[in-house]
Design a protein. Structure first.
Length: 135
């Protein structure tokens, strides 16, 4: 994809990332030293992304789980959190918004560095497929 973009060829691409690869990328690149979240893991199923982490805050240590869809419009990704549970209990809807905004921002910051434009995102069974065209 990078070579095609560098050469100025506008090529269609499909990039399939497995759940295991995505978790490795998260563990290798996500810095949680200033965050209350630890051990972030991702699960992928058709149409849904599940994020799970340990939440350590003011002596409180529990599991947080978010279910979300990834939507694409005009080349930008939006994370749409459909459920958020902290310690197995539903969290207030306002907390979902607090999660959606930074996740959406980080995804779009990373995509801005990519040598192409996305045309579709597909969440499958343990796979994430990104389709697009190189710049």
């Amino acid at each position: 994809i990078g070579r095609a973009a560098h050469a100025g060829r506008h090529q269609v691409f499909a990039l399939v990332i497995t759940q295991a690869q995505l978790n490795t990328l998260l563990q290798d690149n996500l810095r949680t030293d200033k965050s209350p979240l630890r051990d972030l893991r991702v699960g992928l199923s058709p149409g849904e992304l599940v994020l799970q982490a340990r939440l350590v805050y003011n002596g409180f240590d529990t599991t947080a789980t978010a279910r979300a869809a990834l939507l694409l419009a005009a080349g930008r990704v939006r994370c749409d959190v459909t459920a958020l549970h902290i310690g197995g209990l539903p969290a207030p809807a306002a907390w979902q918004d607090k999660l959606e905004k930074p996740v959406t921002r980080v995804l779009n910051q990373q995509l801005a560095k990519a040598p192409g434009t996305l045309t579709s995102i597909e969440l499958g069974s343990k796979t994430l497929t990104l389709r697009g065209r190189t710049h």
